[in-house]
Design a protein around this ligand. Structure first.
Ligand code: CTP
Length: 416
């Protein structure tokens, strides 16, 4: 525990009245033996003087990209040194800059260079917070892996009342403590994740696929990296952004057969395997080597006699193959195998059946008939079914896929 407490917490403070709450947070963190470094924007320095944070933390306060020509390049060294980066208060302007990768001051430049766990506590007027642009920017940050804290609702400095208040220092302190104490519980572990869809070709230009965006799988990848794991991602076609990290290897595949071969080759080394890909269950029985042509008809007429029947054959069930390898003890003895279940009906029965049929330790079930969660969405809600107690599932309520990914990992591979 003593070792955990010496971690460096980087506080990025932007220009809002809630900056004063950060004095209390800095004091609490220092008391808990964290090394606290502070970056302030020029506007933040108008609310609270840098000297206050210097006194509270015992460290110089970084204000400008060109603070000290003799020092190492500040935004890079701060980004590398930090075990956790909290931006609070985060104004609408700073949130917009973070969402779009603008780096025009020390705080935003450091945020762009920083690859670890980013917490963001918004603070602004209610209308600014509720504006669709701000909401889109916040959704972008969440999708990229940032964890949003608050805002709370209540009376605001401008006289309005509603959502927009920065959460209290005590809340921020608790979340930092939780994040740090579990921050590297997967260190030394190898995690194998499948994500995205697969494409099954009929001819060189046409394929069967599904709506998976790969967002849940890439969120799991990010969460595993943040927890200190080495991750092998096997990614089918997907629109989700893949994190850049030296502990991540990403193998791109297209078809279910390719995904299956890759997953099986990496499985032997893995401590935790998560099959989150939406694998196409079937592929065309034959793939034409040249583009399939339609039968031509009279000019401007549709040829009603030209019908096509598509014959499909089953693809390998990758999760079930891995389940079999686990039973046959081909995998490491303590490998945990996790599958997903995308259901539109009878979620509970189907998920329990999949646990058994696929030999998985856990099935993470989600309702893909709901428009607000699941496929393509940035949010999800899941029920976790376990082999140990199939009847007693756990609900993880609707939240961002980023937060959910972390909660799923904590459930299926708890800190021992
Ligand atoms: N899966 C797999 N290989 C397949 C199909 C699915 O590895 N060919 C995995 C998925 O990655 C997921 C789990 O099996 O972890 C369940 O996938 P899902 O699509 O919900 O179920 P299916 O097995 O396809 O069954 P059904 O279509 O009957 O619901």
């Amino acid at each position: 525990m003593g070792n955990l407490k010496r971690k460096t917490i980087l506080l990025g403070i932007s220009g809002g009245i809630a900056a004063y709450k950060m004095c209390d947070l800095a004091r609490q963190l220092v008391r808990a033996s964290y090394n606290v470094k502070v970056i302030m924007t020029q506007h933040a320095a108008k609310f609270v003087g840098p000297a206050t944070f210097r006194s509270l933390t015992g460290n110089p306060v970084a204000l400008d990209l060109f603070d000290d020509p003799a020092a190492p390049i500040n935004h890079i060294s701060l980004a590398e040194e930090a075990d956790l980066f909290l931006i609070a208060p985060a104004t609408a302007n700073v949130i917009a800059k973070l969402a779009h990768g603008r780096a025009d001051d020390l705080l935003t430049t450091t945020a762009l260079a920083y690859q670890g766990q980013l917490l963001v506590a918004p603070a602004m007027n209610t209308q600014m917070y509720l504006d669709s642009v701000t909401q889109e920017n916040l959704a972008t940050l969440t999708a990229r892996g940032a964890q949003l804290i608050g805002p709370a609702s209540g009376e605001l400095a401008c006289g309005d009342s509603g959502p927009g208040r920065m959460v209290e220092a005590q809340t921020l302190f608790g979340i930092i403590e939780d994040s740090i104490q579990t921050s590297d519980w997967l260190a030394g572990k190898k995690v194998l994740i499948s994500a995205g869809s697969t494409q099954e070709y009929l001819d060189p230009v046409r394929y069967l696929t599904n709506r998976s965006s790969g967002k849940m799988g890439t969120a799991l990848t990010r969460a595993a990296l943040q927890a200190g794991a080495e991750v092998q991602l096997v990614l089918g076609p997907a629109s989700a952004a893949v994190p850049v990290d030296k502990r991540l290897a990403c193998t791109r595949v297209v078809t279910a057969d390719e995904m299956c071969a890759a997953m099986i080759s990496f499985a032997l080394e893995a401590n935790l395997i998560i099959c989150s890909a939406a694998v196409s269950d079937y592929r065309p029985a034959k793939k034409a080597s040249i583009k399939i042509k339609k039968r031509q008809s009279q000019l401007g007429q549709t040829n009603q006699q030209d019908t096509q029947v598509l014959e499909l054959v089953q693809n390998p069930d990758i999760l079930a193959k891995l389940g079999r390898m686990k039973i046959e003890k081909t995998l490491k003895a303590d490998t945990i195998l996790v599958g997903f279940a995308a259901e539109t009906n009878n979620l509970e029965d189907n998920a329990q059946a999949k646990l058994e049929r696929k030999g998985a330790d856990y099935i993470i079930a989600n309702d893909v008939s709901r428009a607000d969660i699941g496929f393509e969405s940035t949010e999800n809600e899941v029920r976790i079914f376990s082999k140990a107690a199939p009847e007693a599932d756990t609900l993880l309520p609707k939240t961002s896929k980023t937060q959910l990914a972390r909660q799923i990992l904590q459930r299926v591979y708890p800190l021992s």
